[in-house]
Design a protein around this ligand. Structure first.
Ligand code: PXL
Length: 295
């Protein structure tokens, strides 16, 4: 008989970057604060993340993951969600696909954040082979959360389109095309809003109901690495807690905005990421204002 976990449990397949607040150092505290157990599957260990740090030490764990996963299989661990992010190598995509097949069960959400790049460029360690491989992983997901650059890379579109290219027709076309590859829910973050340089938007498409959603937020002119990981972690936590897609979008956008606002006024290197610890408790507050719209 299927026995639910007393606390929802997530297999979190991401790298562990020791300094800089990205991937597992954001995923674990966010899920824990939301009352969810995060079980890390570390894809790589790095001294820092790869954005604006040089000479970082990178330990690729591709060869270790099979033994790691086999042990979990022998324990018959059951996960309410499988959530993957930054991967250390193209071959690792196959490992994650196997993980999803091995641990698949009813009443489970598979979230794939196709971490590939931002601002029109791929991250330091991302190769074109990884971009192509990532496409086949997104096909196994229920929910994917690319930013605008990653959505373009997955669709073989130009990743550095000018802001005025992002018409609602183009955005809807990208959402629907991405959903045709498999996922029920496609979310694209960091979309420019034409004619409103102070705004940015997050859009989503639900395949079964064919509904498009949008949440707009103030664009703050500072790039903090790790905000994508924070967004998708709150999204995963909210969906696991049974919230509707538009409320989960609102919650995630609001939390990232709070984290950026709490950080922006302080003078410190942006590459250290947002001051997550200063705002983490906000995740326990009820959501009061919503601003989502049908799109
Ligand atoms: O935040 C995405 C991310 C995750 N992991 C590593 C990264 C980045 C972005 O730069 O370098 C190692």
């Amino acid at each position: 008989m299927y026995k639910p976990n007393p606390v929802p449990r997530v297999a979190a397949i991401h790298d562990l970057s020791g300094f800089g607040r990205s991937s597992l150092t954001t995923v674990i505290p966010i899920l824990s604060t939301m009352g969810i157990q995060a079980c890390p599957v570390p894809t790589a260990i790095l001294s820092t993340h790869t954005s604006e740090f040089k000479n970082y030490h990178f330990v690729d764990l591709t060869d270790e993951l099979d033994s790691f996963i086999n042990h979990w299989k022998s324990l018959a661990i059951s996960f309410d969600a499988i959530y993957s992010g930054f991967l250390g190598s193209a071959r690792q995509v196959d490992t994650v696909k196997r993980f999803i097949s091995d641990f698949k069960r009813e009443n489970q959400i598979v979230v794939v954040d196709p971490v590939l790049g931002d601002d029109g460029e791929t991250y330091d360690t991302i190769t074109m082979e990884m971009v192509n491989q990532m496409e086949s992983l997104t096909a196994m997901a229920d929910v994917i959360t690319p930013n605008a650059t990653e959505a373009a890379l997955l669709l073989k579109e130009s990743p550095d389109l000018p802001n005025d290219a992002f018409t609602s027709e183009l955005i809807k076309d990208w959402l629907v095309r991405l959903s045709k590859t498999g996922p029920e829910i496609v979310i694209i973050t960091s979309i420019p809003v034409i004619g409103r340089p102070k705004l940015s938007s997050v859009v989503a498409y639900e395949k079964t109901s064919r509904r498009f959603w949008q949440v707009q937020c103030t664009y703050i002119p500072a790039y903090f690495p790790g905000t994508g990981d924070i967004f998708t972690s709150v999204m995963t936590g909210s969906l696991l807690r049974g919230q509707s897609l538009p409320i989960a979008l609102d919650r995630s956008v609001q939390f990232v905005t709070q984290a950026i606002r709490a950080s922006f006024g302080h003078d410190y290197p942006r590459r250290e990421g947002v001051l997550l610890e200063a705002v983490l408790d906000n995740l326990r507050a009820p959501i009061i204002n919503t601003s989502y719209e049908l799109f």
